[in-house]
Write a protein that binds this ligand. Structure first.
Ligand code: ADP
Length: 269
């Protein structure tokens, strides 16, 4: 199955998250067979990242957004298990610092976009500036409403400069979030993950859904598409994201660089 075809948001369509089932697995079932497929996908990712790094022809930018407890950290851990730390950088976007706030909202983002040969993974991203910022009224509507076009222009600039931009929305249900929060409250090793603001944001679930739908619909282009990943089941989420990365890197048609000198003349002693 081509995961990218099934899960991509067709450019130009309006997004209604209720149409996307967070429990979908397309007939895949948890078990030994899927485990083998996941392992194979990760091994392939490893080979392709090595090729990306060696060829220095393109960069890959992976954007991860989700509601709290949606599985961004788990996805990163999974994808990173198929990447060499050399040439791969994860950036987590937090509440902007005073210095960041003195610049335009894309300033901190542009500076960490991967260079040719590299993979960049964004744990949250410039989309926070039309999500939390919109829902919590952190800037006036007149400011955030212009950002959809600004984001599209920015992502087009990246795409035209050899950066493949893939954006993943990890789609969990409100019930699944409740279970994951409850687990965090119960488990001493997970309590640190729960913030008061996560509970406040849960109360604004509906407003976030509207904000996600608008971002996923308006900032979705052929060169920087959104994928909506059914993420209630962690194993499916991992399989889907790593498969889409493999498909994207295979599509780059990368080639290893030619040796810098004539190897046929080498006689090792
Ligand atoms: P996470 O929840 O991703 O594990 P944190 O607990 O550190 O990590 O949360 C980061 C916080 O920073 C989130 O609440 C997020 O909404 C917030 N944030 C990120 N970018 C922005 C932004 N541009 N403006 C305001 N808040 C932001």
């Amino acid at each position: 199955m081509r995961f990218s075809k099934k899960l991509v948001v067709p450019p130009g369509t309006k997004v209604n998250l209720a149409d996307w089932d967070p429990d979908e697995t397309f007939g895949f079932k948890k078990g030994a067979q899927v485990e083998r497929l996941i392992a194979k996908t990760i091994a392939r990712l490893d080979d392709l990242q090595n090729l990306l790094w060696a060829s220095k022809q393109r960069a890959l930018l992976v954007v991860l957004q989700s509601p709290d407890a949606g599985g961004k950290d788990g996805t990163i851990r999974h994808v990173m298990s198929g990447m060499s730390p050399q040439g791969c950088r994860v950036t987590a976007f937090k509440v902007p610092t005073p210095e960041e706030l003195r610049h335009d909202f894309l300033w901190r983002v542009h500076s960490v976009v991967p260079a040719k040969g590299e993979v960049g993974i964004f744990n949250r991203s410039h989309y926070e500036d039309v999500l939390v910022v919109r829902v919590r009224d952190l800037v006036p509507r007149g400011v955030w409403s212009k950002r959809y076009d600004e984001i599209n222009n920015f992502e087009r600039l990246l795409a035209e400069n050899s950066v493949t931009v893939l954006k993943f929305f990890l789609h969990i249900s409100k019930d699944e979030q409740k279970e994951r929060f409850a687990e965090r409250i119960k488990d001493r090793t997970k309590q640190w993950k729960l913030e008061k603001s996560d509970l406040e944001d849960r109360e604004r679930w509906g407003e976030y859904v509207e904000a996600y739908e608008e971002a996923l619909g308006r900032c979705n282009t052929a060169e920087a598409p959104w994928f909506i990943i059914p993420a209630n089941k962690k194993w499916f989420r991992n399989l889907a994201v790593s498969s889409i990365l493999v498909e994207a890197m295979e599509g780059m048609k990368l080639t290893f660089p030619k040796p810098s000198f004539d190897l046929s003349r080498v006689h090792l002693k």
